[in-house]
Design a protein around this ligand. Structure first.
Ligand code: SF4
Ligand code: SF4
Length: 380
């Protein structure tokens, strides 16, 4: 495993981090903890989680693993967890959230605590208000409950720069992958050049990359798959400190560690070549993050936007999209609510929440057309 310094801190972190968002919920916490310990044995020393992840079991699963590791005298790992300024909007609530996470994780302190999910500057301002979350986190830091205060962001690169320039955080966690990196690359570059830690999440674009191996094969070098190229991009880019991978198996861990050990580095020339290959449209894809899902009409927006990726990424024609909505794969997108794109009342709520700033309402209008054309078959 390769290790690098996290920003200006003295912590040497593994370039591959354990993303605690993809545990197998059919298994017990103890069984899932085995995978965490396997990752530790392979040299991964950065573990990321949050309250609410995996039906709110992620912190508990990591807690099982950490207690066992600590019992064996193994203390050389780092924990990252999070709290939202929209939920913990007072100093007291923030302190109590930190203490709760510490208890669940079975440790004495949190190494990296993220002000979670800044999607717009208002969220930052909310965290920083007098008597708000940040004040509580500073108190936790004074008491030794937190080592470093960082933030997680779904903002465009310019806003990431704006937040970093306020100098209140030591690093940033953000969604960066081989398909969408242009969207916030100036934020990544600025962080790197100014010695902030950069933690990349969602390296496989919510599964879009493994699901489109063939179409995305142009991203891969000789002898690798598109998925391996995507992981190599994140793991080897010098600008990215840590890449969080949501592991499903020991083999996934082995693959990521191998890339860290032997993968050819993505340098600036490679990145420029990649930008040319991808073109602008690849910035505008849905990552499946789900932040837009509160819809008054109960439309399955992430499902629909993942469907729209097919047009955005692979330039499918209207006819091809209509064919797609005939298929079972499409039916899965809307079947949970039985609401269709045409049910959208264009209230705009989802667009305000969208982490990628997508034109969701326009896209739904297009999808409604495809649905209308496919109605007879879809409704059977
Ligand atoms: S604009 Fe449409 S899809 Fe978005 S939240 Fe409003 S009703 Fe739902
Ligand atoms: S539409 Fe936007 S907010 Fe919703 S899942 Fe896709 S990227 Fe996330």
């Amino acid at each position: 495993m390769k290790y690098v310094k996290y920003g200006k801190t003295n912590k040497e972190v593994s370039v591959v981090g354990f993303g605690g968002l993809r545990f197998d919920l059919t298994k017990s916490n103890e069984e899932n903890a085995e995978l965490v310990k396997y990752a530790y044995d392979k040299g991964i020393n950065y573990f990321d989680t949050a309250p609410g992840y995996c039906d709110d079991r992620s912190e508990d699963i990591l807690g099982v693993a950490f207690r066992q590791l600590l019992k064996e005298g193994k203390k050389d790992f780092y924990i990252s967890t999070k709290g939202k300024p929209t939920v913990y909007d007072t100093s007291e609530k923030a302190i109590s959230a930190v203490k709760k996470s510490i208890k669940r994780l079975g440790v004495d302190k949190i190494d990296f605590y993220n002000v979670w999910c800044l999607r717009k500057m208002e969220h930052y301002e909310l965290a920083m208000k007098k008597g708000g979350q940040y004040e509580g986190l500073l108190k936790c830091k004074e008491e030794g409950l937190i080592d470093h205060i960082v933030f997680s962001s779904h903002q465009p690169g310019d806003e990431v720069v704006e937040v970093l320039n306020q100098n209140n955080f030591e690093g940033v966690t953000m969604g960066i992958n081989i398909l969408n990196f242009s969207y916030r690359w100036n934020g990544v570059d600025h962080a790197y050049k100014n010695s902030y830690g950069v933690v990349a999440m969602n390296p496989l674009s919510g599964g879009s990359i493994p699901n489109h191996e063939k179409e995305l094969s142009f991203l891969a070098s000789k002898g690798e798959t598109a998925t391996q190229a995507a992981l190599r991009f994140n793991i080897t880019c010098p600008q990215i400190t840590i890449t969080l991978v949501g592991f499903g198996s020991k083999e996934d861990i082995d693959d990521a560690c191998k890339i860290a050990d032997t993968g050819k580095i993505f340098n600036d020339d490679d990145i420029n070549e990649l930008k040319n290959k991808l073109g602008k449209d690849m910035n505008e894809i849905c990552t499946g993050c789900g932040y837009c899902k509160e819809c008054p009409m109960e439309i399955n927006i992430p499902g629909y936007m993942l469907l729209y990726n097919e047009k955005q990424m692979f330039k499918k024609t209207n006819e091809e999209m209509i064919d797609l909505v005939y298929g079972l794969e499409y039916w899965n997108y809307s079947s949970n609510t039985k609401k269709f794109a045409a049910d959208c009342i264009q209230c705009g709520k989802c667009q305000e929440e969208c982490t990628q700033h997508l034109s969701i309402m326009d896209r739904l209008r297009e999808i409604a057309y495809w649905e209308e054309k496919g109605t007879n078959t879809v409704m059977i």
